[in-house]
Ligand binder design. Structure first.
Ligand code: MG
Length: 340
């Protein structure tokens, strides 16, 4: 088992505005694990609102590899399953191990999990808070890429303008992601009523993540499905969300990889919740890996690679709004970080 680490910065095609601020790119660390002439790639994506950094991911992965230096694949998987911190670093290692295992066995990750790899859900293209012309450019770009459905970021400030602009530019279906930007049950219900009339199909994280008592009220009265994102990080969160949301947004960076994400889908289903598989501006590595779970999901939001202008990998595309996976190919070589 040989581990290599590749710190890199993904640059966005368009600066990305959400409720947390504006960004031009995202730091990542790519993880490669090699074993018996096979390779598995993983990715830790590190948006600035999360606590992990390239340095912390490199430290964590280096220490993990040192601890398991003389162990095989089974022990790496077992050792990682006990990790409860550094979720992005964990996700990168977990992804790399799943991809390695799939390659060793000549299967897909979906195949290893027994997921029928037939129908993929529609994947949304996210439009950060943007003015009319920028939105026009983004819709044109997304439509040319094959997207058929959009996710509009709202922040409670210019929501009506965003929706008005979008409706002038497109008749496509859309969801909204409020990123905790609304303040009260009354505001949320009034906005949902209005958005339903405008043709919105789903509302993500309307209220601050800990306002679960208020969300219970919203769920009872809402005419649109409401999904948890910031309120739902891990498997252990799901039980308390069943009466507050209609669905959850599962991301590998939040829950530490495919292993827990798969368990989260099962638990969400057992609790009557719908499932969206999302991403945090990952490249092709993160999104193509997460896509393996999407035949079990109601929606996908795996647009990361399509928002980036320097993705080092190729392997995912959108046709008729649905994800299609291709053989993974590295387009840009990145110098490895020497292990500490
Ligand atoms: Mg979200």
């Amino acid at each position: 088992m040989k581990l290599s680490l590749y710190p890199y910065r993904l640059e966005f095609k368009f600066p990305f505005k959400i409720a947390h601020g504006t960004r031009t790119g995202t730091d990542v660390v790519f993880v490669k694990i090699e074993h018996k002439n096979h390779v598995g790639w993983g990715e830790a994506t590190l948006p600035p609102y999360l606590p992990e950094t390239q340095t912390s991911v490199i430290d964590f992965c280096t220490q993990f590899a040192r601890e398991y230096a003389n162990h095989g694949l089974h022990d790496w998987v077992a050792g990682l399953s006990n990790v409860q911190t550094n979720m992005s670093a964990k996700a990168a290692l977990d992804m790399a191990l799943w991809n390695l295992k799939a390659n060793l066995e000549g299967k897909s990750i979906a195949g290893l999990l027994g997921i029928a790899f037939t129908e993929f859900p529609l994947s949304t293209y996210t439009i950060g808070v943007s003015g009319f012309e920028e939105m026009q450019q983004k819709i044109a770009e997304a439509t040319a890429l094959g997207f058929r459905i959009f996710k509009l970021k709202l922040n409670g400030e210019k929501d009506e303008e965003v929706i008005r602009n979008f409706k002038k530019l497109s008749s496509a279906q859309f969801a909204v992601d409020v990123n905790q930007g609304w303040k009260t049950v009354e505001e949320t219900l009034a906005n949902i009523k209005w958005l339903k009339k405008e043709g919105c199909i789903l509302v993500e994280q309307p209220l601050p993540k800990d306002m679960l008592a208020e969300m219970r009220d919203v769920k009872r009265k809402s005419t649109l499905p409401v999904y948890a994102d910031e309120s739902c990080q891990r498997l252990s969160d799901i039980g308390k969300l069943r009466d507050c949301f209609h669905g959850i947004n599962i991301k590998l960076m939040k829950c530490g990889g495919i292993t827990e994400a798969y368990q989260m889908i099962l638990r969400a289903r057992a609790n009557g919740l719908k499932v969206l598989i999302g991403c945090m501006s990952e490249s092709t590595i993160g999104c193509a890996t997460a896509a393996q779970l999407t035949p079990m999901a109601d929606f996908a939001d795996l647009d990361g690679p399509f928002l980036i202008k320097n993705d080092p990998f190729d392997g995912i595309e959108i046709r008729q709004g649905q994800i299609k996976l291709k053989a993974l190919r590295q387009k840009i070589n990145i110098p490895p970080q020497p292990l500490l």
